[in-house]
Design a protein around this ligand. Structure first.
Ligand code: THU
Length: 138
């Protein structure tokens, strides 16, 4: 689980990333920040495209940033959006995050509210090619 200090650091990084969102079509801005097992922070925003289905969510952008920097063992994620209601990660992002930590805690700040999720609750019975005895901490 993330402690309060870690959550605040991730919130700052997620807000900074959110300010870079490219979302001319939906107008929705999202920022996500992920902490790795060494305390490193990796952030991402949503990036939309004229070919709508090519849009990437903030959560997957942050996860891919982390992996590209060699980080593994995700410890927790904070997500911020400027939506009126408190949100949760989309199905595609759940599956991508599950690959690296099926029990990832995810704290969502939106609509003036905060909600904490465990990925294992959001995505039970995930698709997996990983053998039970293998870890993803490699
Ligand atoms: N979006 C995210 O970045 N994260 C979510 O958890 C859900 C949706 C983005 C994708 C798109 O740019 C916009 O929000 C509207 O769907």
């Amino acid at each position: 689980m993330l402690d309060q200090h870690e959550t605040e650091k991730l919130l700052t990084a997620a807000r900074e990333a959110m300010s870079h969102a490219y979302s001319p079509y939906s107008g929705i801005q999202v920022g996500a920040a992920l902490m790795d097992s060494d305390g490193g922070i990796h952030a991402g925003c949503n990036v939309e495209n004229s070919s709508y289905s090519l849009t990437i969510c903030a959560e997957r952008n942050a996860a891919f940033q982390a992996v590209a920097r060699g980080a593994r063992g995700f410890k927790g994620m904070v997500v911020v959006s400027d939506t009126a209601e408190v949100q949760s990660p989309c199905g595609a992002c759940r599956q991508v995050l599950w690959e690296f930590n099926p029990d990832l805690p995810i704290v969502f700040f939106s609509g003036g509210r905060t909600r904490t999720y465990l990925l294992s609750e959001l995505l039970p019975q995930a698709f997996s090619l990983i053998e039970e005895e293998d870890t993803v901490d490699g």
